[in-house]
Each structure stands twice: as structure tokens, then as C-alpha cells.
Design a protein around this ligand. Structure first.
Ligand code: KIV
Ligand code: ZN
Length: 501
């Protein structure tokens, strides 16, 4: 079944709903630019009504992208649709995505609406959205647990009201491939005006079937797949972009996507780094082990003929591409190139000023990550209101530790100290004493990222601040410093967004 599949990336919306995956607006802009370079067709940039930050991000992305369609999510509610339209105003290609739940359990307990009310809200929302934008997508939330006849009724009406894309979400990852394929075929056959819309799927991964379900839907005639980089998303995540794109390329080469697969590894690494969500080593396509062969028989086979154990080449997903990692020996040109790669135009005096800051940082840290570069840009844009580490001290005896920190925020210096159970505990408590924000570490990992006695330690952690779980990552030759910096990178996400906990 030949055809072109529209790849709709929702890393910045559903993906950001992964616990701990909060991204700053500068980070979102960088990811959106990378996705555009990778030739993704549609980017769901956020949920405009959900926060001023989401609204601003959609605006920034709308102004920056040229070829890719920018989309904003909205409930089937007037104020949501107006917010999406406002945020998308500058986009060259825009889409409003509106949704309402159609399953009995959602309609009865969550919406407390009758079927007729749901249909009338959906139709009203699509008409309203069409008043702002030519391209409107409608999703039947929890479609896979909805009554099929009711789906036909509501879909037919929203298509008549102007929806050009009909999305069938497996919201709770409940379906399985055969069922998903049958549902798409059923809808294409039984919705009278189905030929007037593109059918799409959005599969969650609760049973590990997100990619398989999406593929089954494509084979049954769906022509848009919603997915995320690294499979991020609510709970167990969404179908992963890299798996879908590569599964189609390897097994169904006549069904094309426009995605440049060579960018996959780079974008995956960038998203993992920025969200702080580590990709499991055995993850298909982008895991560290995806192309490594351990068993002697396998190694022997691959050396003789790669196809013995490799169904795709690592280069196809960009694994052999070299990465430009900045450090204290990097010059102005390397920094300028990094800004360009990240999609920022920085030159002249501005570059000189940021370069001076970069040098100070590179003296302290051997390896300067993209995240550090973004922090420099955000600081320059005046967008970074968070805490900055100026100094710290820690004294440890067998009976416990005392930590002191000096932090700077908005030009003011703050000092705090605290006792704790070990050096990391005491300095993080000292940070809490200063910031007034109390977090509980739900994950804390230290790993060496360079070799030798002065090796860099990389700390990746997750901290729960009330109900909000945030990830942080940083590195230093001193793991106590790396721990403070990683904790601040998580905590600053709250500060930047002014989130109360
Ligand atoms: O999972 C879901 O149903 C969604 C919709 C809003 C498309 O994310
Ligand atoms: Zn979803």
C-alpha cells in the first residue's frame, strides 16, 4: 500500500507531559528547529491555554518555523481555541487541534455529558477553530474504548463542520495491533464522508504496543501518525517517532515519510539531555546497545557481512556522525557554530559577551553541554530568573555533614546552610533553605563521563516538588558541585515558570 505518511510530532506537548520532562521555552524552540530540519511534517508545540509559558513557546515556534506546520492543542472549549489561534498567529503553516472524549467512561464520569452534548461541543469547536484556521484536527479522546457507531456519528459531523484531520487516539494504550487496524478500516468504510479527511492515530504505550498499533493503523489506511522522540509522553509514553519511521523504512519502503533519518540519533540525544530522561540502553533504534553486538558469533557474523545481524545501518540513523562537544579549548568560532547548530543567530558584541561567560564556565567544567549553552542564551535573553551557584562548602565527619551554599538570583546573593546525612544531602538541604522549595529525590545517579582521576561526574536526578516531578542534569569534576547544579537545574524550572508547590 504505497503512500506518504504525515509525521506529527508531539514531543513538546504529550512528550512534555512525561513526569519530570519539563522544558524551558528556549529548549523547546531548539527542539522544534531540529525537528523542522529533520523534516517532520507537523509539530504540536504545546497546549496554549495550559500556561503562559506554553502560549509563549507556541508563539516563538510559530515565528521561527518556515516549512513545518505548527499545531496547538485545545479542548473543545471556546477559550482554548481562541488561545491556540492567538498563539499560532505568526505561523506560516498552522493547525488547531481540538479534542473531546467519546468513550462511555469518560463521557459519564469525567465530562458528565450526554452523547448529544459531546457531539454538539465537538461540532461547535471545529466550526470555531475553522473560523481562525484552515487546518483543523479533531481527536476523539479514548477512541479505542468508544462505541464504534458513535465514533462514526461524531466523526461524520466534525468532518462536515470542517475538520480535515481525524485523529483516533488509543489514549490509555489499551488496544492491540489487529484491533487497531480493524478500527481504522471500519471507520474508513463506515464514515460516509471519510474520503474528505486524513485519518490519524495517536497510540500510547501502556502495554508496549504503541509502535505496533500505529503501524497496524497505517497498514489499514491511516495517513498520519502522532509520535514523540524517544517515545516520551504520559505514563508509559507514546509511540516513538524513530521506531515508526525506521519500521516503515525497513519493512514497508513504499510507504514513505519525509523524515531525514540521519538526524534521528542527534535529535534523540538532544531530547534526552534536555529533558533529563535517559534512553534505556536496549531501546530500539536509539538505545546505546541498539547497534552493538556482544556475542562472539554475532561479532564474527557482522564482521563478515553486516546484514547477518543488522537489519539497518547505524549510519542510517546518524549514529556514526561526530558531535561537536565544547570545552575550555573551544574558541569563538566553535561557539558561534554551536549557536548556529542550535538555531540561534549570535554574532558581534553579543557573541563576545556570551563567549566571555562561556570561557568562565568552561574553566570550571571540562565538557560544556548544549544545556549549558542554552542557559547562557537564556541568561542573555533575560529569561533566566533562577538560582545560580556562586559557592559551596561542605564538612563531613562520621557523625554527619554540614553544607553551606551561596546562590545568586536576580542580582542578589543568598546564603544558606544545613546539616544532613552525608555531603550531598547537606548541600541540597542548604539549597532548599535558600530557595524555600523542598524537593524529594526520587532518582539520583552519578556516572563518570570522562576518564582519569579528574574524571567528570555527571549527575542525573529527579526531584518531586509537591506533585511536580522535575529532572535535572549537570556535570563537574566535583560530584557535590554536579549534584547542586543538577538540583538547581530541576528547581529552576519551577522558578522560571513561577510554579507554586
Ligand atoms: O492521548 C490522547 O488522547 C491525547 C489527545 C489529546 C490527542 O493526547
Ligand atoms: Zn496522548
Amino acid at each position: 500500500m504505497p503512500g506518504k505518511i504525515i509525521i506529527f510530532d508531539t514531543t513538546l506537548r504529550d512528550g512534555e507531559q512525561s513526569p519530570g520532562a519539563s522544558l524551558s521555552s528556549a529548549q523547546k524552540l531548539i527542539i522544534a528547529r531540529e525537528l523542522e530540519k529533520m523534516k517532520v511534517d507537523v509539530i504540536e508545540a504545546g497546549f496554549a491555554i495550559s500556561s503562559p509559558d506554553d502560549y509563549k513557546s507556541i508563539q516563538d515556534i510559530s515565528s521561527a518555523l518556515k516549512d513545518t506546520t505548527v499545531c496547538s492543542l485545545s479542548r473543545a472549549v471556546e477559550k482554548d481555541i481562541a488561545a491556540s489561534a492567538g498563539a499560532l498567529a505568526a505561523a506560516r503553516h498552522k493547525r488547531i487541534h481540538t479534542f473531546i472524549a467519546t468513550s462511555p467512561v469518560h463521557m459519564k464520569y469525567k465530562l458528565r455529558m450526554s452523547k448529544d452534548e459531546v457531539v454538539s461541543n465537538a461540532v461547535g469547536a471545529v466550526k470555531l477553530a475553522r473560523g481562525y484556521c484552515d487546518e483543523v484536527e479533531f481527536s476523539c479522546e479514548d477512541a479505542t474504548r468508544s462505541d464504534k457507531k458513535f465514533l462514526c456519528e461524531i466523526i461524520e459531523k466534525v468532518i462536515s463542520a470542517g475538520a480535515g484531520i481525524i485523529n483516533i487516539p488509543d489514549t490509555v494504550g489499551y488496544s492491540y495491533p489487529e484491533e487497531m487496524g480493524e478500527l481504522i478500516s471500519y471507520l474508513l468504510t463506515n464514515v460516509k464522508n471519510s474520503h474528505k479527511a486524513v485519518f490519524s492515530v495517536h497510540c500510547h504505550n501502556d502495554l508496549g504496543l504503541g509502535t505496533a498499533n500505529s503501524l497496524a493503523a497505517v497498514l489499514a489506511g491511516a495517513r498520519q501518525v502522532e509520535c514523540t522522540v524517544n517515545g516520551l509522553g504520559e505514563r508509559a509514553g507514546n509511540a516513538s517517532l524513530e521506531e515508526i519511521v525506521m519500521a516503515l523504512k525497513v519493512r514497508f519502503p513504499k510507504i514513505k515519510t519525509g523524515v531525514d533519518t540521519h538526524a534521528i540519533a542527534r535529535v534523540s540525544g538532544m531530547v534526552s539531555h534536555m529533558t533529563g530522561i535517559v534512553v534505556q540502553p536496549n531501546k530500539a533504534i536509539v538505545g546505546a546497545n541498539a547497534f552493538s553486538h556482544e556475542a562472539g558469533i554475532h561479532q564474527d557474523g557482522v564482521l563478515k557481512k553486516a546484514q547477518t545481524y543488522e537489519i539497518m545501518k547505524p549510519e542510517d540513523v546518524g549514529i556514526s556522525g561526530s558531535q561537536l562537544v565544547l570545552g575550555k579549548h573551544s574558541g569563538r568560532a566553535a561557539l558561534a557554530k554551536k549557536f548556529k547548530d542550535l538555531g540561534f543567530q549570535v554574532a558581534g558584541d553579543k557573541l563576545d559577551a556570551i563567549f566571555a561567560e562561556f570561557k568562565k564556565l568552561a574553566d570550571k567544567k571540562k565538557k560544556v553541554y548544549d544545556e549549558d549553552i542554552i542557559a547562557l542564551i537564556e541568561k542573555d535573553m533575560g529569561r533566566r530568573d533562577g538560582f545560580e551557584l556562586k559557592n559551596f562548602e561542605v564538612h563531613t565527619t562520621p557523625s554527619g555533614s554540614k553544607g553551606k551554599v551561596t546562590l545568586k538570583k536576580a542580582g542578589k546573593i543568598f546564603k544558606g546552610e544545613a546539616a544532613g546525612d552525608g555531603p550531598v544531602d547537606s548541600v541540597l538541604k542548604a539549597v532548599e533553605a535558600v530557595s524555600g522549595r523542598k524537593g524529594v529525590l526520587t532518582d539520583y545517579q552519578v556516572k563518570s563521563i570522562t576518564v582519569g582521576k579528574d574524571a567528570q561526574g555527571e549527575v542525573r536526578l529527579r526531584a518531586a516538588f509537591g506533585k511536580k516531578v522535575l529532572a535535572g542534569v549537570s556535570s563537574s569534576t566535583d560530584i557535590i558541585e554536579a549534584s547542586i547544579l543538577a538540583y538547581l537545574s530541576a528547581l529552576n524550572k519551577l522558578e522560571l515558570r513561577n510554579i507554586k508547590t
